[in-house]
Design a protein around this ligand. Structure first.
Ligand SMILES: [Zn+2]
Length: 242
């Protein structure tokens, strides 16, 4: 099994594996168990292969398959960005035993990197605040999110991102869960934060619109595989969040 990845697209061989094919699915998991899998990036040899956006694949994938991709995509990204040493510029070589690229000249080790980011569900009574992001292609509303900056605690990032993106002050945030987010190699740390007063003021840069919603008035929500969706459904008790 070879998973081919090019940016945010997967290459699906025309007659090869399919996410609903139990034979190929089993084959993939077995090889993963034996650590014999590898990821090939940017070299597409199959004829007539289909390019499928990763988000689309994840929306239709079983949780087990999604878990594979959550690991494979960050590793593919690391493979393509660790070919040369950042200290001396020499070509690196992969270690035979671990996921690490090693510089033969100066010894620098380049391990797969995750970029930490926070995502936060802001709530007030029975309402939650959802925002429409500029980068949201399909226009769904989601939680406020942002990257952790150098020197920050996660809680400081949550407070800063909320203030910057929607202009609100919140009570101390509460950690909920985490998720690998393979676009391309983030680790999402999910929080809840209560807002006692104030109305949102979208920054009009990253956030175009932000509104309070109840369970009955929820708009189109993020995909089910996302931690944003899990935060929302968890708040409303696993319910009829659409
Ligand atoms: Zn080097």
């Amino acid at each position: 099994m070879v998973i081919q990845i090019d940016g945010n697209e997967l290459l699906c061989p025309p007659n090869g594996w399919a996410w609903d094919d139990p034979y190929h699915y089993g084959d993939l998991m077995m090889r993963l168990g034996l650590q014999t899998w590898h990821i090939r990036t940017s070299q597409f040899n199959e004829q007539n292969a289909r390019r499928v956006p990763l988000r689309q694949v994840l929306q239709n994938a079983d949780p087990e398959v999604a878990e594979v991709l959550f690991k494979a995509v960050p590793l593919a990204h690391w493979q393509t960005t660790s070919r040369f040493c950042g200290r001396c510029g020499d070509a690196t070589a992969p270690s035979p035993n671990q996921y690490v690229a090693v510089c033969p000249t100066c010894g620098l080790e380049i391990w797969p990197r995750l970029t930490p980011a926070i995502i936060v569900l802001i709530h007030r009574g029975d309402q939650i605040l959802l925002a429409r992001h500029r980068r949201s292609i399909s226009g769904f509303f989601s939680c406020v999110a942002g990257f952790v900056e150098a020197g920050e605690t996660l809680e400081q990032t949550v407070v800063r991102e909320i203030r910057e993106e929607v202009g609100l002050s919140v009570e101390p945030p509460v950690y909920r869960s985490s998720q690998s987010w393979p676009f391309p190699s983030n680790l999402m740390l999910a929080f809840r934060a209560e807002c006692l007063q104030g109305e949102p003021v979208p920054d009009q840069n990253e956030i175009l619109e932000a509104q309070w919603f109840t369970k009955e008035t929820l708009p189109a929500l993020p995909p089910r595989f996302s931690v944003a969706r899990q935060l929302i459904e968890d708040f409303f008790g696993q319910s009829e969040a659409r």
